[in-house]
Ligand binder design. Sequence first.
Ligand code: TZP
Ligand code: MG
Length: 241
Amino acid sequence: MRPPRDWGLYLVTDRGLARGRPIASVVEAAVRGGVAAVQLREKSCCTRDFVQLACELKKLLAPLGVPLIVNDRVDIALAIGADGVHLGQQDMDFESARRLMGPGAIIGLSIETIEQARAAAPLDVDYLGVGPVFATATKNDAAPPLGLAGLAQVRAISRHPIVAIGGIGVENARQAIQFGADGAAVVSAICAADDPERAARELRQSIDAALRARREGGTSAPRRRAGGIHSEAKEGGSNRV
Ligand code: TZP
Ligand code: MG
């Protein structure tokens, strides 16, 4: 499956926040509410359970046309035929991951600093996960928040689609788009919500409205075309407000 045309709303899972609900049911509800991609993020379970969970989500998401991206683990992504992998700065390097996953896989890379954004420029990654933009209690070892100004700085120097992450909810998702993101990734705003479907729908509406406003304002988000990076991506800076 190719990357979503619009990253829009990207769900990152956290079973610990799901209030005892099976994560598959949270994911299913979130997809009904409009998430465009799902990342399975598991920080504490054993490899066998991780694989099993990934298989379960793949069976759920593939018929719905929603890409499943595995956090950190290229081996698990390959084992279950996931659509992609999300790499942190300490995970397998991008080139090795691309070699193993192949040209059709979706590969995302976490960016926490301006230096990392610069270093990512030549890489044929499908998107950058930029954050934390706002303070978050979800990730213990999160870097200091970039803030909206930091997000705008990353936008100015990046040609890849940007998914903002960290402390994003319905009240500030719009700002992330206004400051240059092409989509927003959320963990607690959906996983911990009373009603994950409604939470996803409200987030999606807010993100879509901000993306529409930006398009109508005459700027276009950079896109990665099949076959690689391209010139229009150089317009990334024009997405800043
Ligand atoms: N990477 C940067 S911040 C973060 C991750 C995985 C956690 C975001 O969680 P939340 O609950 O959406 O703030
Ligand atoms: Mg990681």
